[in-house]
Design a protein around this ligand. Structure first.
Ligand code: MN
Length: 337
């Protein structure tokens, strides 16, 4: 399929690139590092070769979220966003941007999101899970009451928020001790991110901000497969749910969430996600440079779904969600050539 739009696609700056070391064996690091630091060469070549018209770019992980000093987190986010805006301005027909946000300070994060959306033309934000602040192993999850103002601002800006994985802190990862192979994309990323998403829902956030738009990668971090069970545990025991949300958990996932195919190129899983959320809420993505564009595209282009769904998931759902038009995604540029 030509004209695909992909939106979990990462880059790094010289300041943040080292955060991605360790996610591949050392012998692969030179390749991964080069992929992260490149925007206009290898990346565009891969996009052209495999029918990806537009990538919405985001900073690598955990980057800003792991900066314990709030002032430094604010400055790093600003520098990274300015650097990304410059790159996108060189090829706005092929690249768009998600903001990195200093969630260590909810008000500063809201201000930076507003700056990115209004002044830089960004399409939303991508945040790498919980944030760290100060010494010790404290973690900031965004269901906390301190973040309600931030969420109201995101809703007012109509800025989709991509909740991207990071690993749990070592102090919170006892269950993985001795089984470090489970960290990262194998399992811990999904577990960490799914629980964070459930915390947001259970806190009642979406009753207060019913128009918030949350994106999860990796076909929903396991949530679609578990939705029924989350709401129906011990179904013979009649008692009200113990979370603060008014509706069922599934009802919010189906109303406030969008999922991408990033790093999860499996038709069986895609069909489950379509069955739970509908084809209007699934979007094609790669997870470049950690996954290959050809692996994502070859799988998606041939997946046994209808051509109508392929068009939606590959392109038009993203155009609607991010208010992209044919001019901003290059179709007019190409037609004129
Ligand atoms: Mn990713």
């Amino acid at each position: 399929m030509r004209g695909k739009i992909a939106l979990e696609e990462h880059f790094a700056t010289a300041e943040t690139v080292q955060d991605s070391a360790g996610f591949v064996p050392e012998s692969y690091w030179p390749e991964l590092k080069a992929r992260l630091l490149d925007i206009h060469e290898r990346r565009l070549f891969e996009m052209d070769a495999h029918g990806v018209e537009t990538m919405i770019l985001s900073l690598n992980a955990p980057a800003v979220q792991a900066v314990r000093e709030t002032g430094r987190a604010i400055e790093l986010a600003r520098r990274a966003n300015d650097a990304l805006a410059e790159q996108v301005a060189r090829r706005p027909d092929r690249f768009q941007a998600f903001a990195a946000l200093p969630m260590q300070d909810p008000e500063a994060a809201a201000r930076e999101l507003e700056r990115c959306m209004r002044d830089l033309g960004f399409r939303g934000a991508l945040v790498n899970g919980f944030s760290q602040r100060g010494d010790g192993d404290a973690t900031l999850y965004y269901d906390h009451a301190d973040y309600r103002g931030f969420w109201r601002a995101a809703q007012a800006l109509d800025a989709p928020f991509y909740l991207h994985p990071r690993n749990p802190l070592a102090a919170h990862a006892e269950i993985y001790r001795g089984h470090e192979w489970l960290l990262g994309p194998t399992w811990a990323f999904g577990q960490e991110t799914a629980v964070h998403a459930l915390r947001l829902i259970g806190s009642g956030l979406f009753d207060e901000c019913p128009d918030l738009k949350i994106i999860l990668g990796h076909l929903g971090e396991g949530l679609p497969y578990s939705l029924w069970r989350i709401d129906h545990r011990n179904g013979w025991v009649k008692h009200p749910p113990r979370h603060r949300a008014k509706g069922s958990i599934a009802s919010y996932v189906q109303r406030n969430f969008w999922l991408t195919t990033s790093g999860n190129f499996r038709t069986q899983t895609l069909i489950d996600a379509i069955l739970e959320l509908g084809a209007d809420r699934i979007l094609f993505s790669v997870d470049w440079p950690f996954e290959n564009v050809d692996h994502a595209a070859h799988w998606f282009d041939a997946a046994s779904i209808s051509e109508n769904d392929r068009r939606k998931i590959g392109r038009t759902n993203a155009m609607n969600l991010f208010k992209l038009d044919d001019a901003s995604t290059g179709a007019l540029v190409r037609a004129a050539e």
